[in-house]
Design a protein around this ligand. Structure first.
Ligand code: DOR
Ligand code: ZN
Length: 430
């Protein structure tokens, strides 16, 4: 179990490394990072990373692995394999499974299953409310004790403000972040896509952007009065970005994430009643996409998460109104970030990694996201200039629901190493 990664360009934002360096890994740990390392022996795997970037494994703080309960969409094995080929070495999975991750037994199940069949590190997120029903708080102390890294009712908002306030007061004692899916259901009504020109043109019921903005504002107020940190999931509107920017300037403990689809696509992608472009929150307008990019650039948006949300083809090959919300994300996220943010000069590669490794680790309290000496070797080798055409039929995920089929993107993952174990070698999943 010895690996020497030679001649690569190492970028490690947390440790301020940005240089041509070699990395030596032994017994799962990073032992040395320096110029021209010289280790030899028959048992050593030497990886030539000439012309490539060697960076910390990506961390996704928002995905859906669907197990237990919806294994026909994805399971822990297929989901972690999909993550690995996308360059993710650690992922946090949402609790909207069946049964819901709202008690110790299900947390234990996910952790045990991940240990046995998962190929990347899996961190379960527990529910805020029992059964995600929004009626009474889950046993958050028990969940924390069992090992959840955050709590969230993702997929649904906690509509009851009093309950959300108590959730924040309670989680603050356990130092557990609350991840909020912001959506005012009374404003959403029976909308199925963003409300605007496209929804009128397509004759589909719209969802006002205010549905998101109102809840973001509410949660910021509740974070402020309780003093508890809040993390806003999948920010998609210009209004939400502005509200969060303003709150951060006031010193509110708010962090947030967006997803690749909110900086690469608008509601125009729904044209033709394309259910592969149906998700929640819905794709918005050009103005929102520009605001999300500005938020990423000025630091208002801390994290890029995938919201990897696999669905079976039968749940997407139906009328737009009836189609399931969500897209798979692991296998395109890094390339979308490189193509749409780094290549366009919005972020440097180091800033992209800050949002895909360092910040998610910090928010979840994980000692991950950097290339630390004597730390588990979670490392990826990527070619940021290599182009490829997205083919959903080649995904490792069980599901194919992606709006990016046929896109030409830049950025490929050549090696994924998790805890010193090679999972992807020369672009091939082992
Ligand atoms: O599009 C989405 N899909 N948004 C969510 O909030 C939930 C997710 C899912 O679980 O499918
Ligand atoms: Zn959500």
């Amino acid at each position: 179990m010895r690996i020497l990664i030679k001649n690569g360009h190492v970028i490690d934002p947390k440790n301020r490394r940005d240089d041509k360096l070699d990395i030596y890994i032994e017994n799962g740990l990073i032992v040395e990072i320096d110029k021209d390392l010289d280790y030899s022996g028959g048992d050593i795997e030497v990886i030539d990373a000439e012309g490539k970037l060697v960076v910390p494994g990506l961390i996704d703080m928002h995905c859906h692995l669907r197990e237990p309960g919806y294994e026909y969409k994805e399971d822990i094995e297929s989901g972690t394999r999909s993550a690995a080929v996308g360059g993710f070495t650690s992922i946090a999975c949402m609790p909207n499974t069946n049964p819901v991750i709202d008690n110790q037994a299900i947390v234990e199940y996910v952790k045990t299953k991940a240990k046995n069949v998962g190929v990347v590190n899996v961190y379960p997120i527990g529910a805020i409310t029992k059964g995600l029903k929004g009626e009474e708080l889950a046993e958050i102390g028990e969940l924390k004790f069992a090992g959840v890294v955050a709590v969230s009712d993702d997929g649904k908002p906690v509509m009851n403000s009093s309950l959300m306030r108590r959730a924040l007061q309670y989680t603050n004692m356990f130092d557990t972040p609350v991840i909020s899916h912001c959506e005012d259901l009374t404003l959403v009504g029976d909308g199925v896509m963003n409300e605007g020109y496209m929804s009128t043109y397509l004759g589909l019921k719209g969802i006002t952007r205010a549905a998101e903005d109102v809840m973001v504002a509410r949660d910021i107020v509740l974070s402020e009065v309780t003093g508890a940190p809040i993390h806003i999931a999948h920010v998609s509107t210009a209004g939400a970005v502005e509200i969060i920017r303003h709150a951060k300037a006031r010193g509110v403990k708010v962090t947030c994430e967006t997803c690749p689809h909110y900086f690469t696509l608008t509601d125009k992608a729904v044209e033709g009643y394309n259910t592969a472009a149906k998700m929640n929150p819905p794709l918005r307008t050009e103005e929102d996409v520009e605001a999300v990019k500005e938020g990423l650039k000025d630091g208002t948006i801390d994290v890029i998460a995938t919201d990897h949300a696999p669905h079976h083809i039968d749940e997407k090959n139906v009328e737009f109104d009836k189609a399931a919300n969500g897209i798979v994300g692991f296998e395109t996220a890094l390339a979308l970030g490189i193509t749409y943010l780094v290549d366009t000069g919005i972020l440097t590669m180091s800033q992209l990694l800050q949002k895909m490794c360092v910040n998610p680790a910090n928010i979840l309290g994980l000692n991950k996201g950097s290339l630390g000496i004597n730390r588990p070797a979670d490392v990826i080798v990527i070619d940021k200039n290599e182009e490829y055409i997205v083919d959903i039929n080649k995904f490792q995920s069980k599901s194919r629901n992606s709006p990016y089929h046929g896109y030409t993107l830049k950025g490929t993952v050549h090696y994924t190493i998790v805890g010193g174990k090679v999972i992807v070698r020369q672009k091939v999943l082992l």
